[in-house]
Design a protein around this ligand. Structure first.
Ligand code: SF4
Length: 336
């Protein structure tokens, strides 16, 4: 695995108390793979992305890149290792310096890391612009002179300028018009294929995640509740929360009973048992008292839900189909 996250926790102190935004979370991403991370707003997925690239402090756990624990490095060591991981942020305008032209924005990372001569940098910036579908004539413009889609392409070009091994995209299309979302998603999918970049694609939009990701991790209230492949998603999603996310895609039609509540529980005082229990249409008495652990269903499909307590431990569960959810991928793709 290229990127390994073990028992990672992120905590914020606020006026209301201590918020465990990411709670003892583990996952890994193989070289060249794109892992989608999906969940509702406030579930901690952006905090996880920021913790991986060192923008927020961890209160526990490790982040390993190529086997190297990148916490606790010196500033100099950290520069080298963190160069290998780049991030594309949600708001393309605020991620850019309003006083810097596109060319300057794309040249700064090359200057900082002393990559190429100045003539080579000019060519390299032109090549980057070309690759993300921007005309070199835009290089002299300031961010406010670009459209939203063009700004996000500049952000993607900046992230690619250092040839990263890992690209973390945090809601990269949610601030864009619907017409631009598909263009940027197609660009990211093309880039990941052609450069074999390892990706972490964070979004609240399950359809968008499934468009670019090989595997999908579903997050709820700071924890992973299911990890499954894109192929399994539409037909074999096992966790009731994943199924509700699928049902919420427009045109999908609800296939589960209506959830008991649509409100997220108080994140400052998460439920003692399963954190989804208050909203789960399949909740059982055990769910209120005992948190479910992640269990393997087979083929790398893991789920944290008491519905599978008996099934999960059996070796014969590999390849089993879960009869709970059946939808067509075509229907889901239409909503992108
Ligand atoms: Fe629902 Fe219980 Fe599974 Fe939680 S553990 S998702 S409450 S069935």
């Amino acid at each position: 695995m290229l990127l390994e996250i073990d028992n990672l926790s992120v905590r914020y102190r606020t006026r209301r108390g201590v918020l465990n935004a990411v709670d003892d979370l583990s996952l890994s991403v193989a070289r060249g793979e794109t892992l989608g991370l999906v969940g509702e707003s406030g579930c901690g997925k952006s905090s996880l992305g920021r913790a991986i690239v060192g923008l927020v402090d961890l209160v526990g756990g490790t982040v390993r890149l190529d086997g190297k624990d990148i916490n606790g490095l010196t500033h100099r060591q950290s520069l080298t290792w963190r160069r290998r991981m780049q991030m594309v942020f949600q708001d393309p305008l605020s991620a850019l310096d309003p006083r810097k032209t596109v060319r300057r924005t794309l040249t700064i990372p090359l200057d900082v890391h002393r990559i190429s001569t100045s003539a080579e940098r000019h060519e390299r910036v032109d090549a980057l612009l070309h690759r993300v579908g921007l005309a070199p004539a835009l290089a002299g413009r300031l961010p406010h002179e670009l459209s939203g889609g063009q700004r996000q392409r500049v952000n993607i070009a900046r992230a690619l300028s250092l040839d990263p091994d890992v690209l973390i995209c945090d809601e990269p299309v949610s601030a864009l018009d619907v017409s631009l979302q598909a263009q940027v998603l197609n660009l990211l999918a093309d880039l990941q294929r052609e450069r074999a970049i390892t990706g972490l694609f964070i979004s609240h939009d399950l359809a968008a995640v499934s468009y670019v990701a090989d595997r999908i991790a579903v997050m709820y209230l700071g924890q992973i509740v299911e990890i499954l492949s894109r192929d399994e998603l539409w037909h074999h999603a096992a966790h009731p929360y994943t199924q509700l996310l699928i049902d919420s895609i427009p045109g999908q039609g609800a296939r589960l009973p209506t959830p008991s509540s649509v409100e997220l529980p108080n994140p400052y005082e998460p439920p003692r048992g399963c954190r989804f229990e208050q909203r789960c249409p399949r909740a059982m008495p055990v769910c209120r008292e005992t948190p479910p652990a992640l269990s393997e269903l087979g083929g790398g499909h893991v789920v944290a839900c008491h519905l599978y307590d008996d099934i999960a431990l059996r070796p014969s569960s590999a390849g089993k189909t879960w009869p709970i959810h059946e939808v067509t991928e075509t229907t889901a793709s239409r909503s992108i």
